[in-house]
Design a protein around this ligand. Structure first.
Ligand SMILES: Nc1ncnc2c1ncn2[C@@H]1O[C@H](COP(=O)(O)OP(=O)(O)OP(=O)(O)O)[C@@H](O)[C@H]1O
Ligand SMILES: [Mg+2]
Length: 239
């Protein structure tokens, strides 16, 4: 049978993230608790997957491992064909800065920087294209999330939802190949949440990024072409 053109295209997309038999345990009081037991995932360029699962099942832990911000107890992580843990700390920091965009569950903005500076922060490491282009992109992103009038506000002067929107812009500023978002709409009203969901999906598609998004929001999850459920330390397909 001759495969159709669309099938050929999907197969040709490079793998951005490969998680192979990932385990993660934490030492508790006297016992070790296994949170991730055998997580396997391949995320291709342009692929968008929503991750769901009950509170405490390990979704944030999984995203941190995928973003090289935590080390698995066992298993292999491959990002853009490289084992990130084979890189020196300096090269890993650069690799992360260039290729991975992360929206943290608790946003993690720098309190001493204003909105525009927080968004531009990843571009300051010196690997980004010219300054004017970065600033133009930061303004465009902030306008897209409705924060064009808040550029000089510090995070403390923003609402929870506004901070979350700034964090999304910061994750997108470098046009990362791998976009990881942990509950990006957690503090947002339904209308704003829909806008942020659209922004993540659109920017990921524009840049052929792989997008992995943890969400409890049903309306956001169903907009993803694929969903996975994290259950008993393993990722299961949904639907
Ligand atoms: N650094 C750590 N040390 C010890 N235990 C940890 C650590 N990080 C996470 N855990 C534990 O691992 C479990 C999973 O945590 P995680 O934050 O990944 O859950 P989650 O699925 O993201 O939950 P939520 O939906 O509430 O955000 C929790 O029981 C948590 O206490
Ligand atoms: Mg979490």
């Amino acid at each position: 049978m001759i495969p159709n053109f669309v099938d050929c295209q999907v197969e040709l997309m490079p793998v951005v993230l490969r998680l192979h038999s990932i385990c993660r345990s934490f030492a508790g009081s006297g016992e070790t608790v296994a949170i991730l037991r055998d997580v396997n995932l391949e995320l291709a360029s342009g692929q968008a997957v929503a991750i769901r699962g009950p509170s405490g099942c390990g979704k944030s832990t999984l995203l941190l491992i995928a973003g090289t911000l935590d080390v698995p107890s066992d298993g292999l992580v491959e990002i853009l064909g490289r084992n990130p843990w084979s890189l020196s700390a300096r090269k890993l920091a650069r690799f992360r800065n260039e290729h991975i965009g992360f929206v943290f569950q608790e946003h993690r903005l720098l309190p001493q920087l204003n909105v525009l500076e927080n968004v531009l922060l990843p571009t300051l490491a010196g690997f980004a294209p010219d300054r004017a282009a970065c600033e133009q992109r930061a303004h465009a992103l902030l306008e897209r999330v409705g924060l064009q009038d808040r550029l000089e506000h510090r995070p403390a002067a923003l609402s929870g939802g506004e901070r979350q929107r700034v964090a999304v812009c910061r994750a997108l500023i470098m046009r990362p190949s791998l976009l990881l978002a942990d509950e990006p709409t957690g503090s947002l009203d339904p209308h704003t949440a829909e806008g942020i969901g659209s922004l993540l999906l659109e920017v990921a598609a524009e840049n052929d990024a792989g997008l992995l998004c943890v969400t409890h929001n049903d309306r956001l999850a169903v907009r993803f072409p694929e969903q996975r459920l994290l259950e008993d330390g393993r990722l299961q397909p949904v639907g």
